[in-house]
Design a protein around this ligand. Structure first.
Ligand code: AMP
Ligand code: MG
Length: 348
């Protein structure tokens, strides 16, 4: 298949957007930018179209998709009821990086929800995404536009690297703003529960709906605590290299990573280091990549997945990363990093 490359970095191209809408309405796949990561879209109300997402990504069929809408009126038909807290959250954070789990109506095919009776819904905060959802008929199922198991794409080129020739169109909207996937909140139980941390932090959620808990299965290695979002059980975001997170005081971390890097290199391994801007100049061995500044935490989430991909391309064997437990997005950054590291954390 020839994948059409639609350049919309400088704004929406009406002709190409019409074509993207036709592709979606006739059951094809279009990758598109959102404010979090690039998504791989299909018509959510067409079970055959959504099935193509799973095969293009190599995604396990029990891992449900998020349904993207472009206006609040679209919510009612796809859910059984709209709880009051969902409305409050929608008014506070939509369009934006918040996905809500609600009971689904019969309009949503069960192939989209991985057989679950609930549906994940989000309204993204990106003009290209909103326009595409409208052009595609109002309901676009879209997971991240990566091959399953690879870090999520934060540029259109990342999408091309994974999916070229397997999907009808890639819309280039430039680099994304946030760089980690949306916060997922489950509103189907008495107490709202975060199934995946993202840019919208637990404190931001609590400030509008009161008590919110974190899924106890999220960071547990104990099989008795399975995460509730099916996708969170996979070793996602996995780079090819073995990744270790080093945590402790700044000084100890710098010394430990420097020594680990030198030791790896002396064993003939190619070594990558992920550091904050503030520390990058302290490392003199290995391939050092500065994720961003601790003082401007969004710069770290923006660059993290791209660095993991770059290290793959460079054939890096081992990666040592600093820990980035920053105030707002730190929980999301560390959730992705810990999964990428397969829980390999070294405290110094
Ligand atoms: P992605 O869009 O690739 O970030 O994947 C969507 C995420 O949402 C995955 O982790 C899914 O498991 C999760 N998800 C989607 N629908 C549901 C649902 N109905 N209940 C729980 N988690 C869901
Ligand atoms: Mg994904």
């Amino acid at each position: 298949m020839n994948t059409i490359w639609a350049d919309m970095r400088d704004g929406i191209d009406d002709g190409l957007m019409e074509e993207a809408g036709r592709i979606l309405q006739s059951g094809g796949l279009v990758a598109f930018p959102t404010e979090t990561v690039y998504g791989l879209g299909a018509n959510a109300l067409d079970p055959e179209a959504s099935a193509k997402i799973y095969s293009a990504k190599g995604r396990p069929s029990d891992n449900p998709l998020i349904v993207h809408i472009h206006r609040l009126d679209s919510l009612d038909p796809i859910v059984r009821t709209v709880p009051r807290k969902a409305l409050v959250l929608a008014h506070a954070f939509w369009p934006g990086p918040l996905t809500m789990i609600l009971d689904r109506s019969s309009l949503v095919p069960s192939s989209v929800t991985g057989g679950l009776d609930t549906v994940a819904v989000r309204m993204p905060d990106h003009p290209v995404a909103l326009s595409l959802i409208q052009a595609g008929g109002g309901y676009i199922a879209a997971p991240s536009a990566n091959t399953s198991g690879r870090p999520s794409p934060t540029t259109a080129q990342h999408v091309r690297d994974d999916l070229n020739g397997r999907i009808e169109m890639i819309i280039d909207g430039g680099s994304v703003g946030i760089g980690v996937e949306s916060t997922i909140i489950d509103l189907t139980e008495t107490l709202p529960m975060i199934l995946r941390p993202g840019f919208i932090s637990i404190d931001m959620l609590r400030s509008v709906i009161g008590e919110v808990k974190m899924d106890p299965g999220l960071h547990s290695e104990d099989p008795a605590f399975r995460p509730k979002a099916p996708g969170m059980k996979y070793r996602h975001y996995a780079p090819r290299a073995e990744l270790t997170i080093v945590e402790g005081s700044e000084e100890h971390v710098r010394a430990a990573i420097d020594q680990l890097a030198r030791s790896a290199i002396s064993r003939g391994l190619t070594c990558g280091i992920i550091a904050a801007d503030e520390d990058a100049s302290a490392y003199h061995a290995g391939i050092v990549r500065s994720a961003g500044s601790r003082a401007k935490e969004i710069t770290i989430s923006q660059h993290l997945f791209g660095i993991l991909r770059e290290f793959d391309d460079l054939g890096v064997d081992v990666i040592y990363s600093e820990s980035f437990d920053t105030p707002q997005i730190g929980a999301a950054i560390m959730n992705r990093l810990i999964k990428a590291a397969g829980h390999h954390i070294l405290s110094v």
